[in-house]
Each structure stands twice: as structure tokens, then as C-alpha cells.
Design a protein around this ligand. Sequence first.
Ligand SMILES: Nc1ncnc2c1ncn2[C@@H]1O[C@H](COP(=O)(O)OP(=O)(O)OP(=O)(O)O)[C@@H](O)[C@H]1O
Ligand SMILES: [Mg+2]
Length: 355
Amino acid sequence: MAKLQLENLRKQFAPNVIPVKDISLTIEDGEFITLLGPSGCRKSTLLRLIAGLEQPTAGQIFLGEQELTNKPPGDRNMTMVFQSYALYPHMTVAENIGASLKIRKTPSDEIKNRINVVASKLGLSELLDRKPGKLSGGQRQRVALARALVRNPEVFLLDEPLSNLDALLREQVREELKQLFENENKPVVYVTHDQTEAMTLSTKVVVLLDGLIQQLDPPSRIYTHPATKFVAGFVGSPQMNLLPLKCQDNHAMLGNFSIPLPVLSTIPADIDMGIRPEDLSLATGEDILTVEGKVFLVENFGRELLASVKVDGSNHTLRILIDPDVSFNREQIKLALNPHRIHWFDAKNGDRLNP
Ligand SMILES: Nc1ncnc2c1ncn2[C@@H]1O[C@H](COP(=O)(O)OP(=O)(O)OP(=O)(O)O)[C@@H](O)[C@H]1O
Ligand SMILES: [Mg+2]
């Protein structure tokens, strides 16, 4: 049992290529950390650095007291599950699962036992004699996981393991993954660009952009207190409303309306106001903070409607979630903003301003 530590990790490929920049992270036993970010933000590169498939330009990697920075991948006691699964097509499921044990010259009885244990954990017992070509996507994905589990590594690394599955299957396997790794109680580093996976699976989420950590927090904190404007816009569906506004005397001007600012150490001239669609509601007459506008688009999500409202006196749009059974006037709608759920960001650097 050991924690995984990255200290000031850096990887520069070429002078004009965005590198991994100075990443420090500690992943405790039983912690499930997700590296979340858009395509190209260096998620896979960071995972490959941990696995030893890439060498860092600077920085160190520790597992417990042991330094791994210059150790080859085979000496790290970690397993990595790839998006492509990388199964051997000519081998059966059982042979695929046991291949790494065979290379390590594990006695054949033990290999058989361990294959049977993980196969039953992952519902693969009936499929052990099949070749990967005769498996569904979900089954192949399970074989890839079984291959990682059978080695009983100290750390699990997974790179977008669900991205080849259709939406329904992804949801099912996601739940299975959560249960599986809760029982393993080892550090897991999971890479995804899918915020739902990140939010549901992780104990902590690392939001990456251009090789830099934007925020490292438990999923609930990422959602309620996004540290930057980028995180605010990246996490949450439907997306948070983010409006660039001008400040005037402790207020931000939104068309015909002025929104009071919280107590801030400095008030910039330009500010971004963020509010999630679920933190807006139809005004009832007793609300502290309201704006009015005109609905120009309604999208039906089944459980809710998402209405886009052009705020009077501006070109700004606020999107609001509305109960489909409630009627409203599209020509003139009054919205209440929950003042405790407004996020403020410095327009210059995107940093969160309110506590
Ligand atoms: N060996 C290399 N030499 C030069 N550049 C590289 C190398 N490996 C990766 N890169 C750069 O890193 C970029 C992608 O980084 P990475 O794969 O870590 O991002 P990612 O966040 O995993 O993206 P995705 O979500 O698309 O998988 C590539 O576009 C490339 O520019
Ligand atoms: Mg990647």
C-alpha cells in the first residue's frame, strides 16, 4: 500500500510544443483521481510519464518512499488500460488476461487461479476460450480491465477506457468500475475528457488546460466553486452561463439591470459573471435579484426545458432550466437569480474572485 507522488513534473517535447508544466500531485491509497480536460491538454502525456512510457524533462515521481523517475515501465508495478484495449487478437480471453503473468514466469496453476478470480469478478467466466474478435465492445473493455487487475499492481492507470463504448454501455461499465476500484483500495489515475465520468467516479478531479493544473479538488467543490472561468465552463451540463460584464460602483451591469458584487479585495473593470441554468428560476414576486428578457429558443430535454433568454437592454443570453409543466410568457419573462450561486471571474486572467 503506497501513495503516488508527482513533484514538479515537466515534459518538454520541442520548444514550440505545449509541454506538461510543473505538475505536483499526491494520490493516496484508495484515491481515484481523474485527469479531466479537453483534447490535447496533456492528459495522456501525464499518464504516460507516470507509467514510465515517457521520460520527464524535470521533476520526480515517487511511490511510497521509492523514487520511480528513471525506472523502466516494467519495474513500476503499475498497470495501464488503454483506450484501444490493445488485446492480442490471436490469443483467447484467458491467454490475454494471463499474458503478463506468463512473461513474469508465474507458475501455471497460479496463473489459472488468478485468471478465474478476475474473470468471475468481471463476468468473463463464460468467455475465457473466445478470441477478442468474437467479443462485443463492452466485453473487450472488460478483458482489458481484467488484464490490469490480474497483475495485482500497486497503482492503476486508465486512459479513456470507456470512450469506445456506446452511451448506455458506458453508463453501465462506469458503475461497475466504481464498485471495482472501491474494493481495490489502491491509487487510481483515470484520464477522460468526459465530465460525467470524472464527477461520478473520482474522489478528486484534476482539471488540466494546456499542461497546467487549473483546479484540483473533490468533484462537488469543482462544481460549486470552480477556480477559474475555464473550469466553470468545462464542468456542468447544460453549461454555466458566463457573461462578460462591465463593473460600476460595486455592481456589474447586465443590460438594463445591475447585479451587486460581493465584497471583493479589488474590483476589476471587466468581470465575468457565471450562473448555472439550474440557479435561475421564474420570478415569483419575492425574489431579491431579477432580470427580464425575451425567450428566443426552447430546447426540450424531457425532464426539463432549457430556455435561452435575451436579457433586456443587452446582447447577453441567459439559459434557464424550466419545468415542462410550467407555462411562461416567451415575449417577456422575469428571471430570479440565486445571489448565493453567482460566480465571479476576473476577465483578464479568468481567476475566481469570490470565496
Ligand atoms: N512524443 C511526442 N513528441 C512531440 N509532441 C508530442 C509527443 N507526444 C505528444 N505530443 C504532443 O502532445 C499532444 C497531445 O497531448 P496528449 O495526448 O497528452 O493530450 P490529451 O489530453 O491526452 O488529448 P486527447 O484527449 O486528444 O487524448 C499532441 O498533439 C502532440 O503535440
Ligand atoms: Mg489522450
